[in-house]
Design a protein around this ligand. Sequence first.
Ligand code: PTJ
Length: 248
Amino acid sequence: MADIPPSHPRFASLRRRERLIDGFRAGLATEAGLLAHGRGEALDYLLGEQTHSFADEAIRTASAMLVCARYPVFSVNGNSASAAGPEIIQVLAAHGDMAAEVNLFHHSPERSRRIHDYLRGIGASHVFESVSAESQELPEIQHARRFMNQEGIARADVVLVALEDGDRCQALVRSGRTVIAIDLNPLSRTAKIAQVAIVDEISRALPLLAQYLREERTRPRQELEQRIASYDNNEVLRSAERVIRGSV
Ligand code: PTJ
């Protein structure tokens, strides 16, 4: 990791960039992933690199959905593993019954296995790979993202996706699953299609999600269901867009 002084005004953002570069060098992320991260950085800059109240509301609702879920799965790609590996583990641990599944846009068996092994190595106990000998397929998508592990997303009722493309998000929703998306772009198809869009930087959002999961595991179901019912994703996206437009 480059030697960035903590006094640098954009220390946190530069550290996050270094994580992506390290992930790329370790073979977790792709070149395209570095570009996707740059787009995220630009949006995060416009958001003031902070978790806004609209994101907090989405994270709280996501926490309620994950607690109420029968079987939730965290869909992990090269960027999310690189940018937020330890924070993904925090969320899995805070939930207790949530699995992870490696699902890649630019799929290769080697990179999928590498990300799987990386997550296992840092503490994930239930990690699957979407592409396996007995995968099931999501209808409507042509590329490798259509595969679902039989023990993972194929069985899931709630899927948490991060830095995801719109086609897969849409196919997951159409398949009857509830989708929670983390995406810094409130205008993306993913953010609009997901039932809950967390417009926040992934490594900042996940520790807060882990905190809420720990606090809410024992809350009455009815209270959590009320929160889910009163959540308005369109309003959350409008608020995020207002902040972004207001800062340019
Ligand atoms: O590892 P792979 O092969 O599965 O590929 C992963 C990438 C991210 C390259 C692939 O899914 C992709 O091309 O994604 P997109 O379509 O560029 O979408 C990524 C979205 O995530 C964009 O809307 C970005 O603004 C957003 N984003 C980027 N970095 C972050 C982010 N959102 C939250 N936190 C970030 N750090």
